[in-house]
Design a protein. Structure first.
Length: 320
């Protein structure tokens, strides 16, 4: 049985771009008769806020979505909040350490900035780490530790990564693409890459539908799945919504958070209809309840290219 999920980060209000991804992930799972769960990804405690996590759940329920497992309803694979799962991440780090896949990194931000002009290993993740600290001797590590707390990097190895994405198509990443990456920061924060792998595997997630901005994370996560001996999910990376200014649709475009739309008097069916239209699931943006979209959902109808939301489309959403 399919197990899908949506996992928002509570660092800002849920906007229509987030809501579109949530709606598509929910429709994918519900149309397959699967189990849908919600997970709060608040591993970055400095940016995450509990009230925003609660707001996100309320916004999605207002939109007409539901879930079988989650922070507010429980379930057999809880807790469903990352800040309550830190022991699981430490266990994964210990397993990677035993496998010889981790090493301490003492590079400062200035050191990393110095390689910013190097060729990028992955499209959106910056220059590939050159492996500066990989070959340090035990004595060198001990000496540097006296002056600086290290981060932990995952040694990616020399194998290429290939997978078929349900939206983006066949993907191929060369050996070492992106370089060795951080799985635990010097301040103790667990990386998104490690946390999401541990959580999706532990919760039995079979299908991950998320934004195309995370496509470059897939090869890193697949390497972690392999190193930890875990089974990866199937991926579907859906193109993003862009404004007419060429930038990703965000709060700068005004009034597009679900909370703002609701406060302005919008009905959830109105927002769902608009999202279905820009996602290729409906010919018009007429209001429709989320559940009525389940029988007509097909991932092949979702555009394979980024969607440009024109000013007129925004006006129709905002009913200006």
């Amino acid at each position: 049985m399919m197990r899908g999920r949506f996992a928002p980060t509570p660092s800002g209000l849920m906007h229509v771009g987030n809501a579109r991804t949530a709606l598509l992930a929910w429709l994918q799972t519900r149309s397959a008769g699967g189990t849908f769960l919600m997970r709060t990804e608040d591993v970055d405690t400095a940016r995450s806020r509990a009230e925003l996590a609660e707001q996100a759940l309320a916004d999605l329920r207002w939109l007409g979505l539901d879930w079988d497992e989650g922070p507010d309803v429980g379930g057999p694979y809880g807790p469903y909040t990352q800040s309550e799962r830190l022991d699981r991440y430490e266990e994964a780090l210990a397993a990677l350490e035993r496998a010889g896949r981790l090493y301490s990194c003492f590079c400062s931000r200035a050191d990393l900035a110095a390689v910013a002009s190097a060729p990028h290993g992955l499209g959106s993740e910056g220059a590939a780490y050159p492996g500066t600290c990989r070959a340090l001797t035990p004595a060198e590590r001990a000496e540097r530790r006296l002056r600086k707390e290290p981060s932990l990097r995952f040694a990616v190895g020399a194998a290429p990564v290939r997978f078929d994405d349900a939206v983006a198509g066949p993907q191929a990443f060369p050996p070492g693409a992106g370089g060795d990456f951080i799985v635990k920061r010097a301040d103790g924060m667990i990386s998104y890459q490690l946390a999401v792998v541990v959580d999706d595997a532990a919760m039995g997630i079979t299908d991950v539908l998320r934004g195309a901005d995370l496509l470059d994370s897939a090869p890193r996560q697949l390497r972690l799945y392999e190193a930890l001996g875990l089974r990866p999910p199937r991926f579907a990376h859906v193109p993003l919504l862009f404004g007419s200014d060429g930038k990703r649709l965000a709060k700068r475009h005004g009034g597009i958070s679900l909370a703002a739309l609701r406060d302005a008097g919008a009905a959830p069916e109105q927002v769902v209809g608009w999202l279905a239209h820009v996602s290729g699931l409906a010919d018009t943006d007429e209001p429709v309840p989320a559940r009525e979209l389940i029988p007509r959902f097909h991932l092949g109808r979702v555009p394979a290219e980024n969607v440009v939301v024109t000013d007129e489309m925004l006006r129709r959403l905002l009913r200006e």
